[in-house]
Write a protein that binds this ligand. Structure first.
Ligand SMILES: Cc1cc2nc3c(=O)[nH]c(=O)nc-3n(C[C@H](O)[C@H](O)[C@H](O)COP(=O)(O)OP(=O)(O)OC[C@H]3O[C@@H](n4cnc5c(N)ncnc54)[C@H](O)[C@@H]3O)c2cc1C
Length: 477
């Protein structure tokens, strides 16, 4: 492995991975487990700042995938890989299980078929249950459920920590993380490809395109015209922590051809979520929420769990799925260009990311990239815990005794301490702005949304983090 410690514009990487979302980070991590120099080329000023930061954060079993598809295989494999990786790195996960609820006769009749589909996907744990059992499992549910299907292994996970763990791991394995580098041009040469970016050129023998919503645009820069991304917006409500006892399980609707539908889910931060909507747009930056989305979710909430709507909504947000005109993931190598496309990772990429990476590595090997596993890999990073199911720093007496900053709560709603903010500002991939800090610590994510703690958090960020450097961690060493 011969990745330079500082960015050398003339260096030719063995592989450049475009896109620092969960998928690109997982691919860079997997590749840098081999004797290769790898660059992760991300347009934004942080990893995990695209679709990977705004989803429903469910670790899917893949029970409802279309059997026989690549997506079905990789979601199932990704569930196992990410569950194990979460244990190794401390990514917050809760194995809450899910209940899929039928509200109409038609939906009730669909349940045996869904169980059969789960089994064709290799998942044999689903159980058909009657209306009484549905209401016993989720007592706060509205009256009128006709029956259900249990999915005991559906789980909730922290999407922010997942991408950060994978990208940090890649970084510690030697991947050069190039933030603020939007790829705008591609020149495929006989020995290497030159990527023109908004911060200079990047040369690489092989290029992997994991650019999410931008994957079709990058694909066209390589001269292809094989698919179009349609941003499919999903809006969500986040309810206050007082709502959590209402939903200790994920409550799923019967899926339709448009997708998985609107669910109610606990979060690893102790909240409850309602959403997402599903609306095709043209604007790939339209992550704002809408009146129509609000009205739709209020009506759904009223139908599913009216008691939830008596609790306060602390935040709303929207994410964009990279929907494509193709029924499966579109993962295709073009060996004569030393190029591989990872497209259409629409609504299951958080779960499948590590399996997609494994698959990509295998495809690159077949396409001609020499891959020798390294014997000198550093251990995976141990990530700061921002989940509620295990003790947080403010609850850890021993830790506070050793370092009083962990006893100094700055964000009271989310119980985030000065020690955690300091750590996030000095992490291998540090927080460089308030949004980055939110994803690393939960600061300002609570009831007050930063109204009370915003000034103190900003002051700490400036004191520790905003050192006037660039967005590129390599250049700030
Ligand atoms: C509402 C919603 C709910 C979801 N729920 C779940 C769920 O419960 N479970 C689950 O498993 N999945 C879920 N998903 C899907 C999951 O979030 C995505 O599949 C996953 O985040 C996609 O990751 P990615 O890395 O492909 O894309 P992204 O996270 O978008 O990363 C792509 C990156 O590429 C960068 N980029 C783009 N163009 C360029 C360029 N030209 N140069 C450099 N960089 C570029 C972008 O800035 C971005 O950071 C959901 C998605 C949505 C929207």
């Amino acid at each position: 492995m011969n990745t330079p410690t500082r960015r050398d514009p003339a260096h030719v990487y063995d592989v450049a991975v475009i896109g620092g979302g969960v998928v690109g980070a997982a691919i860079a991590r997997d590749l840098s487990g081999h004797d290769l120099s790898v660059a992760l080329v991300e347009a934004r000023d942080d990893v995990g700042d695209g679709t990977s930061k705004a989803n429903t954060a469910i670790l899917h079993t893949g029970f409802d995938a279309t059997p026989g598809t690549l997506e079905s295989r990789l979601v199932q494999r990704g569930y196992a890989l990410l569950s194990a990786y979460a244990r190794d790195t401390g990514i917050p996960v809760e194995h809450t299980g899910a209940v899929l609820v039928a509200w109409t006769t038609e939906e009730l009749q669909a349940l045996p078929g869904l169980k059969d589909k789960a089994e064709r996907n290799g998942y044999h744990q689903c159980r058909l249950i009657d209306a009484d059992e549905v209401h016993r499992l989720v007592p706060a549910l509205a009256d009128g459920a006709l029956g259900g299907l249990t999915v005991p292994d559906e789980s909730i996970i922290c999407t922010w920590t997942t991408t950060l763990a994978l990208a940090t791991d890649a970084h510690q394995r030697g991947t050069q993380v190039l933030l603020g580098h939007a790829v705008t041009g591609v020149a495929v040469g006989p020995h290497h490809t030159t990527l023109t970016t908004t911060r200079g050129t990047v040369h690489a023998r092989w290029v992997v395109n994991a650019a999410g919503l931008g994957a079709d645009t990058v694909d066209r820069l390589f001269g292809h015209d094989r698919f179009t991304v349609t941003p499919r917006r999903g809006e969500l409500f986040v309810f206050d922590k007082l709502a959590r006892p209402l939903a200790n399980k994920i409550v799923l609707p019967v899926p339709t051809s448009r997708g998985k539908g609107v669910l109610i889910s606990p979060t690893v931060y102790g909240n409850v979520m309602l959403g997402p909507t599903s609306q095709d747009l043209t604007d790939r930056a339209a992550t704002d929420t809408s009146q129509d989305g609000f009205d739709f979710l209020l009506a759904k909430g009223e139908r599913l769990m009216p008691r939830l709507l008596t609790e306060e909504v602390t935040a709303t947000y929207a994410g964009l799925r990279a929907a494509i005109d193709h029924g499966d993931y579109l993962i295709e190598p073009t060996p004569d260009q030393r190029y591989l496309l990872v497209g259409g990772i629409r609504s299951t990429g958080l779960t499948a990311g590590m399996a997609i990476a494994e698959h990509v590595t295998q495809l690159l090997r077949t396409a001609g990239l020499t891959l020798n596993p390294r014997a000198d890999l550093p251990p995976p990073p141990r990530m700061p815990n921002i989940g509620e199911s295990t003790p947080r720093p403010y609850q850890d007496h021993q830790r506070i005794t050793e370092d009083p900053a962990y006893g100094q709560v700055v964000c009271f709603c989310e119980r985030v301490t000065a020690g955690e903010i300091r750590d996030a500002c000095h992490a291998p991939l540090p927080a460089r702005n308030l949004e980055g800090l939110r994803r690393r610590t939960r600061a300002m994510n609570g009831r007050c949304q930063g109204f009370f703690c915003g000034a103190a958090v900003t002051q700490l960020l400036h004191a520790h983090g905003n050192r006037g450097g660039t967005a590129d961690p390599e250049e700030n060493r």
